[in-house]
Write a protein that binds this ligand. Structure first.
Ligand code: ADP
Length: 266
């Protein structure tokens, strides 16, 4: 560990020597947080610079004059797409910083899970249809939990859109909800998002909830990902006093399993 050591000489009022005061502090944790913060800032700058460089470069070329209409339209398309990417990045970075600085307030209300997921599915279906992905859900009829609806929507929008993005055409995505009762934890619900997609290599599994971590950078960029989705998901699950786990087999698919208390304490 890293110990910070300070000492001061103390004197009497007439200036004569009285003694020394020492202060020892273990700053290991503070240092670790400082390091994480500066790594994050470096990552953010890098992530923002890439799309910005594309916007600037293609705008410059256009300003220099591009003869044919088709080429100039394709440059404008790139500029548009990269601006959208900047938009998503900034939105996710702000969201993450709001959660991490604990400025995120929880607004609990009773949520009827099957209604909640039906409306979420309606929103996701067009994207799944484009890839001919079959989306199914299996949610008990009369199940309510106490949660923050916006945050739950964000959790499952992220997980379901990852499931669709990282699954090849013609694949399957399934959401299921089960109730469990244990002596230790009381009533809980288990929510599973399972896909038949490309899967995640074992060595990457422990890191996928880290900010900006991607298994395949090119694929993530191609699907419009920011690399922040899962770290936001993990934080939001923890705000609900829940846990998230992932299980995956490359080539066969992945499943993300969230366990939440049915009712919040206090
Ligand atoms: P991204 O914006 O890149 O999707 P996420 O934080 O949501 O970022 O996910 C981190 C990485 O985890 C992704 O880049 C991808 O490599 C991997 N990943 C996430 N969900 C899945 C999934 N359902 N199937 C395969 N890989 C996934």
């Amino acid at each position: 560990s890293v110990i910070r050591f300070d000492g001061v000489v103390m004197t009497h009022e007439d200036g004569t020597y009285r003694g020394m005061l020492f202060h020892l502090q273990d700053v290991t944790e503070i240092r670790r947080l400082e390091r994480m913060r500066s790594e994050f800032v470096a990552n953010v700058s890098h992530e923002l610079k890439t799309p910005l460089a594309a916007v600037k470069g293609f705008a410059e070329t256009l300003l220099g004059g591009v003869e044919d209409e088709k080429t100039s339209r394709s440059f404008i398309r790139i500029i548009y797409d990269e601006s959208e990417r900047l938009n998503r990045l900034i939105r996710d970075i702000l969201e993450l910083s709001k959660i991490e600085s604990k400025r995120s307030v929880m607004e609990y209300s009773p949520i009827h899970l099957s209604t909640f997921f039906e409306s979420l599915f309606e929103f996701m279906l067009p994207h799944a249809r484009e890839k001919q992905i079959q989306m199914k859900m299996d949610v008990p009829d009369e199940l309510f939990i106490e949660g923050d609806e916006d945050k739950l929507r964000q959790i499952f929008t992220n997980l379901l859109s990852n499931a669709v993005n990282y699954t090849q055409e013609g694949g399957r995505v399934q959401l299921s909800v089960d109730e469990v009762l244990s002596e230790e934890h009381g009533e809980r619900v288990i929510l599973t998002v399972k896909d038949s997609g490309i899967g995640i290599p074992k060595k990457d599994l422990p890191r996928i909830f880290e900010r900006f971590y991607r298994v395949d950078k090119a694929r993530s960029r191609g699907s419009g990902g920011t690399g922040l989705g899962l770290s936001i998901v993990k934080h939001l699950v923890e705000l609900h006093s829940g846990t998230i786990k992932v299980d995956s087999e490359p080539g066969l698919g992945s499943s993300f399993v969230i366990e939440l208390p049915m009712l919040q304490e206090g």
